[in-house]
Design a protein around this ligand. Structure first.
Ligand code: TRP
Length: 359
């Protein structure tokens, strides 16, 4: 069986370092591993509209931003297909047939959807399109016969829902669809990087994100004002690591080589943590170190982003071509699905024959 990746992001803002450690970095590694027959990366504009339908300008203005973020991280359009969801209308058609295979109560039980409904205050007036987005996401994944879906842990309920739809479809209509597996970040700090204010998640509306496109000076300011241990007042005080954002970020980004380069008096992160907990290590020193560690990773990303932004016409063409490639693949899957469902009347030579053979 072919090994295929599909994953994507909603274009509701520029991508931040939570997206980076949670998924983007891994995608680039998977691309470079050469282990996959095809990799599709989708800009999920139609899904973004399910809770931004009144604000299409927001979605529109972030299509190229997200494309630039992808390229900046090292995704290579020669090796991966980057495309826009709404440019593949077959996904909508597939969604329509999947809607028969899922109950309303199953959608309402989806933990991610449940949390989002609460967060957005939809209460009893939930737009149908919003409630339906897990089904649409199942269409995204299966249209490309994806075997592997690299995502953050908040997306696990979506993959589970997809697997159920696949099993149901295959049991009714025959083995057509591929059951995908989720691929989570291996490091737990990477699975849910908190905001710079220590809140559970980076989110544009909370203003607690470090963006891939941020200038070095912006990143430095954000790092220096990051939430740490509020009881760590004097340098000599013992410090706590739990909930200490600076250390969570170090867990996500720091490697042993960073100590040799920037903080040779410590052997590794464990030694730095031990000193912090014992007392005698100030936040400023740790923050300066974190800033250097982040810059090591962000500097080349920033430079590549600027370079691609200077050739935006090519980026636009790349998206258009990627969307055409994606469309061909989705159309192929849809054709197989319709044949299995016996609704491919005009491609089916048996259709009229069956009619004429009737008694
Ligand atoms: N729901 C994903 C998110 O909010 C975006 C997405 C849409 C996606 N379709 C997908 C992710 C298919 C993986 C596979 O980030």
């Amino acid at each position: 069986m072919k090994k295929v990746i599909l994953t994507g992001d909603r274009p509701t803002g520029r991508l931040h370092i939570g997206h980076y450690v949670g998924s983007l970095k891994r995608r680039v590694q998977l691309q470079n591993s050469g282990e996959f027959d095809h990799i599709y990366i989708m800009i999920a504009d139609a899904q973004a509209l399910t809770d931004n339908f009144e604000n299409p300008e927001k979605v529109r203005s972030n299509i190229l931003e997200v494309a630039l973020d992808y390229l900046a991280c090292g995704l290579d359009p020669q090796r991966v297909t980057i495309f826009v969801q709404s440019a593949v209308p077959e996904l909508t058609e597939i969604t329509f047939y999947y809607m028969n295979l899922v109950t309303l109560s199953r959608l309402q039980r989806n933990p991610t959807v449940k949390a989002e409904i609460q967060m957005r205050g939809f209460e009893t007036s939930i737009p149908v399109g919003f409630l339906n987005y897990p089904i649409s996401q199942a269409a995204d994944i299966t249209a490309f016969k994806a075997t592997t879906v690299p995502v953050g842990e908040d997306q696990l309920p979506m993959i589970e829902q997809t697997r159920e739809i696949v099993r149901k479809f295959n049991s009714i209509y025959g083995e057509v669809l591929t059951e995908p597996d989720a691929l989570l970040p291996s490091n737990s700090a990477c699975q849910r990087l908190p905001g710079t204010d220590g809140k559970a998640k980076m989110s544009k509306s909370l203003g607690n994100c470090i963006y891939l496109a941020d200038e070095a000076e912006e990143v430095r300011k954000k790092v220096m004002s990051m939430y740490t241990d509020p009881d760590h007042i004097r340098v000599s005080d013992p410090g706590k690591l739990e909930g200490n954002t600076v250390f969570t970020y170090l867990d996500a980004f720091c490697q042993e080589e960073h100590f040799a380069r920037y903080l040779p008096e410590y052997e590794n992160l464990a030694a730095l943590k031990a000193h912090y907990q014992a007392g005698g290590l100030g936040d400023v020193k740790v923050k300066k170190f974190l800033n250097r560690v982040l810059e090591d990773e962000l500097e080349p990303i920033r430079a590549r982003r600027l370079e691609y932004a200077g050739r935006i016409g090519e980026v636009y063409e790349m998206l258009k071509k990627g969307s055409e490639t994606a469309r061909r693949e989705a159309a192929d899957t849809l054709e197989c699905m319709k044949a299995a469902m016996k609704i491919n009347y005009f491609e089916d030579a048996e259709f009229l024959k069956d009619w004429n053979a009737r008694e």
